[in-house]
Design a protein around this ligand. Structure first.
Ligand code: NAD
Length: 487
């Protein structure tokens, strides 16, 4: 059967127990196209308590068999699912683009490939995530096993609706958990369409389910007494609520991937072209709506003028590629919606009093949520635009003299997701890398992630790590088995 969904046939049912069904909750929500504000649908189901309960029941019923499915079979299912994502990448990207506004060549393609790769990566881990055997003492053999948690859930944001699914569902399923996905209310369609792929791949009913909804659905999941783990990606305020609800309900396990205000530190001995390229892509990709975007650039005084001139020119070039995300020549699309547009423009307007506007600062066009890449220079360390995640194409550029000074500045926020250092001096790069207070560091690069190494933040940027072996550990619990060898 051909993939059934498209812009003219949107998935508007929840996916429970391998069936598309009408949600029991009568509530619906609306989504709009950020390129022109037109209504995309007012019929997206807002899953309620009963819907979550039914999905949890189906997952509980599926879990005892699913966790015992032979490794080769589980591996093959994950591989098949990955191939289906690849096969339908363009169609899934259309469903995302309708409400996110991200062009295919600069975002949709990358995101789909990342999701498919995540399923492949964890497929390879299914029979390799072994436990431990400890030295024998006192006649006891001790082994530890990684046990799946049972019913797990992922609550994800809108800026990478498919990519975040790969980072959460793949390790959850690889380790034998059942998984319920709750996409963002701003980007529900690609996630809902995954139901078709889940069935086509051959996952047993109840193993992988999708419930559309808003924060109220997310809260029902976070408070649910029979969901054992929630893997959350989103804002810090919501992350804190999730952790609180998890603690107040059944102490479910929590992983939090939250916001960022990532610094890029550019020393005067760097390869300037390389530094400019990474810093520009870091703040312009996905219209700046990226958690690890390098939104604070610190440039050493000696190259300040050259860097600023090139950074400004490159961002102004990028601004020329702003346009209709459905047009294949567009690189930069709009912000996700009107509320994000107002939020970003608010930061820009207030930023005028906090620094010097270098470029941008304006809306592009007279309809839709398009904003020009915007840079402020000479911004005070405590200013709002230095300290808060804006989540749009807005950055600040400041200068520094010494390593000590820039480290203090780079570390002076409550965020700690990523940091980058640009220099040709390897000793300095490693010194700085070890002093950054962040979960991830780029040397001569910034704002990137790789599937096989831990992804996540320090301080308020998060709790726990995704990717690599870490994700498997967060979706399992060690079980210690002590064997009395003398009996
Ligand atoms: P958000 O916190 O508003 O929403 C994220 C998800 O949580 C959505 O699915 C939403 O419906 C749900 N939600 C909202 N309120 C809830 C509640 N009270 N209880 C349970 N669930 C609730 O975030 P957003 O605006 O969708 O995403 C932007 C944020 O996500 C930014 O701060 C960005 O930095 C962060 N982000 C982080 C990473 C990372 O890996 N660190 C990746 C992408 C985005």
């Amino acid at each position: 059967m051909a993939f059934p969904y498209s812009a003219s046939n949107l998935p508007t049912q929840v996916f429970i127990n391998n069936q598309y069904v009408e949600a029991k909750s009568p509530q619906k929500f609306s989504v709009f196209n950020p390129k022109d504000g037109t209504l995309v649908s007012d019929k997206v189901p807002l899953a309620g308590q009963e819907d979550v309960d039914v999905a949890v029941g189906a997952a509980e019923a599926a879990f005892p068999n699913w966790k015992k499915v032979p490794a080769t079979e589980r591996r093959d299912l994950l591989h098949k699912f990955a191939s289906l994502i690849d096969q339908h990448a363009e169609q899934l990207a259309v469903l995302t683009r309708l409400t996110l506004g991200a062009p295919y060549d600069s975002f949709g393609k990358f995101e789909g490939a990342m999701a498919a790769e995540a399923f492949r990566y964890y497929a390879g881990y299914v029979d390799k995530f072994g436990g431990e055997s400890h030295p024998q003492e006192n006649g006891f053999l001790k082994i530890t096993r990684h046990e799946p948690l049972g019913v797990t859930a992922g609550v994800v944001p809108w800026n990478g609706p498919l990519g975040t699914v790969g980072l959460k569902a793949a390790p959850a399923l690889a380790t034998g958990n059942c998984f319920i996905l709750k996409p963002s209310e701003k980007t529900p369609f690609a996630a809902l369409a995954l139901g078709w792929l889940i069935k086509e791949a051959g996952f047993p009913p109840g193993v992988f389910q999708v419930l559309s909804g808003d924060g109220s659905t997310g809260a029902i999941i976070a408070r649910h007494m029979r969901i054992r783990k929630i893997s959350f990606t989103g804002s810090i305020p919501t992350g804190k609520k999730i952790q609180q609800m998890a603690a107040e309900s059944n102490l479910k396990r929590v992983t939090l991937e939250l916001g960022g205000k990532s610094p890029a530190v550019v020393f005067d001995d760097c390869n300037l072209e390389n530094a400019v390229t990474w810093c520009v892509n870091a703040i312009a990709a996905n219209t700046g709506q990226v958690c690890f975007a390098a939104s604070r650039v610190y440039v050493q005084e000696g190259i300040r003028d050259q860097f600023v001139a090139k950074y400004k020119a490159a961002l102004e070039e990028r601004a020329k590629t702003i346009g209709d995300p459905d047009d294949r020549s567009t690189i930069m699309g709009p912000l996700v919606d009107n509320s994000q547009f107002k939020r970003v423009m608010g930061f820009i307007e207030r930023g005028a009093a906090q620094g010097t506007l270098l470029t941008g600062g304006n809306r592009v066009g007279d309809k839709g949520c398009f904003v020009a890449p915007t840079v402020f220079t000479d911004v005070d360390l405590n200013a709002e635009i230095s300290q808060n995640e804006i989540f749009g194409p807005v950055s600040i550029v400041n200068t520094f003299k010494t390593e000590e000074e820039v480290l203090k500045k780079a570390n002076a926020t409550e965020y700690g997701l990523m940091a980058g250092v640009f220099t040709q001096d390897i000793n300095r790069a490693l010194r700085i890398a070890s002093e950054f207070d962040s979960g991830m560091v780029g040397v001569n690069c910034v704002s990137l992630n790789m599937l096989n190494v831990p992804f996540g933040g320090s301080k308020q940027s998060g709790l726990g790590r995704e990717c690599g072996r870490n994700a498997l550990e967060h979706f399992t619990e060690p079980k210690t088995v002590m064997i009395n060898l003398t009996y």
